[in-house]
Each structure stands twice: as structure tokens, then as C-alpha cells.
Ligand binder design. Structure first.
Ligand code: ADP
Length: 261
């Protein structure tokens, strides 16, 4: 046996191992970064409402708010901010469970039109108050999907809630039609739209377009991340198209139930 060959083999093995170690180290570093970003986001989202609540409480405690009317306003804001904390915690728990595969779907044949009508009904008052028209269009004889009905409603609610939030005039339409092996569901609005640069990012958790300017954006930034997880759990896919100033279209595809042969 030639020793120089053995040495060069050994050197190569060590080299490969060193490269692998470095890769593991890079992955660890990346995971740590993701974890830190996540914690920073949660802290930020919690601190904003908590700081407001603390400030109002202090003013009340110090007797700085003399008028009863003003006091009632303070209570109302504190209530809204408390709800915001609750919503954040709920969304966060939901998303964590989804990401850790701890959610069991209860699947049955579901009539998409039925879910769409119920969601439209639950938002119709809010839409009316904003002067927005809300419509539902369903193709005739649309096949059913095999899905968890409550979760499909949750997906649609998140999309319609956003459409309402980011639309000040015009209409919100929900549409369903057959697209090959899939039932295609769309939520279409005539709102502010989303810039091309942000389109890919809106599915990320905590992502909100232009944090600074949209101060009254009371969202958690988790809604679409939850939608994406839920759609993927149903073996579906989602997409968004948008033109700033004109409106957005969110589309999801969910597998249709195959006709019996
Ligand atoms: P949020 O709780 O902030 O609504 P989402 O994950 O549901 O969180 O949405 C992320 C961001 O995507 C929103 O903050 C908003 O900037 C943008 N967005 C979502 N839906 C729409 C829409 N229909 N029109 C315009 N922007 C939208």
C-alpha cells in the first residue's frame, strides 16, 4: 500500500468532514437568526398594545382624566388594545400548531358555495357600513371539496377581512369555479393593492406592507401565513395578483372530489 495515497485519502476525508461541519454551523446560525427574528416580532407586536394600555391606565390612575366622556373613551381604547393582544396570542398559537403538524383536519365533503355565503353574511354589515358592495358568484354544478369546513371558513374569513380592511370604495367579490382537478376560489377587491416588491412577502408571518404608514393596520401580520398553512394542509395552493391603486385578487385552489366511476 502506498502511504502517500492513504495520506491523501485521509486528507480528503478530513476536508469533507470540515465542510459538512461548516454547513451544519451555518444552518444552526440561520435557525438562531429565524428564532431571534421571531421573538423580536412577537415582542414588538405585544409591546405596541401593551404600551398603549399602560399609558391610558396610568393617566386614569393619576386622576388626569376628569371628564367622564373622556374616561369612557380611554376604557374603549384599552378594551380594543386588549382584544388585539388576545387576537395575536390566538393567531400565534394557531400558526404554531399548524407549523408543527399538530392540527387534525376533520374532513367531509364540503359545498364551497355554502361556506362562501355564510362568510359573506357574517361580514355584510361591516361591508355595508363602509359602503362596499359584497358579492358571491358560484359556477353551476360546482363539485364539492373534501375538507375541514371550519378551516375553509377561516381561510375565507381571513381573506375577506383583509379585503375589507384595505378597500375604501367599490366592491369585494368571492368567486368559485372549476379549474381542472381543483375548485378555484377567489376573493377580489377594489382596494389599495400591493406593490410588486411586496407580493412574495405577504405570506410571511408578521409581514405587513409599510409598517410605518399603516399605523391603523390593526392586523397581526399572521393572517395570510395561517391561510397558506391551511391551504397546503388541504393539498391546495394559493396565489395573489395585485395592481396598486386598483385592487387585489387572492386565489386558492383546493382539490375537487372526483366523480364516482
Ligand atoms: P394582517 O393581520 O396585517 O392583515 P396578513 O398576513 O393577513 O396580516 O396580511 C399581511 C399584509 O398583506 C397586510 O398587513 C397588508 O399589508 C397586505 N394585504 C393583505 N391583504 C391585502 C389586500 N386585500 N389588499 C391590500 N393589502 C393586503
Amino acid at each position: 500500500v502506498d502511504t502517500s495515497d492513504e495520506i491523501s485519502d485521509l486528507a480528503q476525508t478530513i476536508n469533507t468532514m470540515a465542510q459538512k461541519l461548516e454547513k451544519v454551523e451555518q444552518e444552526r446560525h440561520h435557525l438562531e437568526q429565524v428564532r431571534n427574528d421571531f421573538l423580536a416580532n412577537v415582542s414588538h407586536e405585544l409591546r405596541t398594545p401593551l404600551t398603549a394600555i399602560q399609558g391610558f391606565l396610568e393617566a386614569l390612575q393619576d386622576g388626569l382624566v376628569e371628564e367622564e366622556e373622556a374616561r369612557q373613551k380611554y376604557y374603549a381604547v384599552m378594551y380594543t388594545e386588549t382584544m388585539q393582544v388576545n387576537r395575536l396570542v390566538d393567531d400565534l398559537m394557531d400558526l404554531m400548531k399548524l407549523e408543527n403538524n399538530e392540527v387534525n383536519l376533520v374532513k367531509f365533503p364540503v359545498d364551497v358555495a355554502d361556506v362562501m355565503n355564510r362568510v359573506a353574511f357574517s361580514f355584510h354589515q361591516e361591508a355595508e357600513e363602509k359602503g362596499l358592495h359584497m358579492g358571491v358568484e358560484v359556477e353551476d354544478e360546482l363539485p364539492r371539496i373534501y375538507a375541514d369546513k371550519d378551516r375553509i371558513a377561516q381561510i375565507l374569513k381571513n381573506l375577506v377581512k383583509n379585503a375589507l380592511k384595505f378597500t375604501s370604495a367599490g366592491e369585494i367579490r368571492m368567486r368559485a369555479s372549476l379549474d381542472g382537478e381543483y375548485v378555484q376560489i377567489q376573493v377580489i377587491d377594489t382596494g389599495m393593492g400591493i406593490a410588486a416588491d411586496d407580493l412574495d412577502r405577504i405570506w410571511e408571518r408578521f409581514f405587513k406592507v409599510d409598517r410605518g404608514r399603516s399605523k391603523n393596520n390593526k392586523g397581526t401580520g399572521l393572517g395570510l401565513a395561517i391561510v397558506k398553512e391551511l391551504v397546503e394542509l388541504h393539498d391546495g395552493k394559493c396565489r395573489v395578483e395585485s395592481s396598486p391603486g386598483k385592487g387585489s385578487t387572492f386565489t386558492i385552489w383546493l382539490p375537487r372530489i372526483k366523480p364516482e366511476n
